[in-house]
Design a protein. Sequence first.
Length: 282
Amino acid sequence: MQGDAQPGPYRGIHARHGEVMARDILQLDRVCKYYQMGDSRVDALREVSLTVHENDYMAVFGPSGSGKSTLLHMMGLLDVPSCGRVLVDGKDVSRLQENELARIRGKKIGFIFQVFNLVPSLTALENVSLPMMIYGVPKYEREKRAEDLLSSLDMGNRVGHLPGELSGGQRQRVAIARSLANNPEVILADEPTGNLDSKTGEEVVEIFNQLHREGKTLIVVTHDPDIARNTDEIVRIRDGQVVEHEVSKEHAVRLGEKTELAGGVKLKVNGELGIRMKKKVK
């Protein structure tokens, strides 16, 4: 990080768990992303600033084409910004080479996708083992961890099944187990309940709640109100900009004494909704 700057809407704010300062894990500092389409420029993100703290549980909402997926890709180091900075543990990674980004991704971030993205020719056990194999974990160790992860998600009796032999909910459990293979600090999920029936979706929501209780940091792009009502923070994005950032009362207790956001926007208590923070959109 350059100087003492603290990028993100929590500029000047420190999160607390009791008296212990929570680390800033991911930070976007005035990040923009644009694509040149012939003579036209498409702005997918427009100077987005956002900070994710240790053990945050954040839901990202927005209509189709709002920039949600681009935001998730930026947080997951799957893309690089056209301007601004992305920081991981306070270190600017915006201009790193792809092999360096891949190394950070593999150890720091787990991904869960709406369409599961399992390898169809591999068993559940092999799919979960794959991220560990890439990092040279010995076969016995990776298979033992994969089996333990699947068993913890009630998939212990399905370790030898191919994805095509599993239901949608079972495939999503395998995908969740795979995201945890390298014990990442952060889990990024893109519409994780989008292809599931309501009952199975509720089960996935409870898995996420348990991961949060165990100390994981979760960022979920979703339209599912069941996920949103369990999160610490709700970020709403429209036309590539964060237009609203809502924080629960419980989570607000962890914030430090300063209450000024970037741009001079003040935090304010808003009844039962806790603290609602609305960024000024020009």
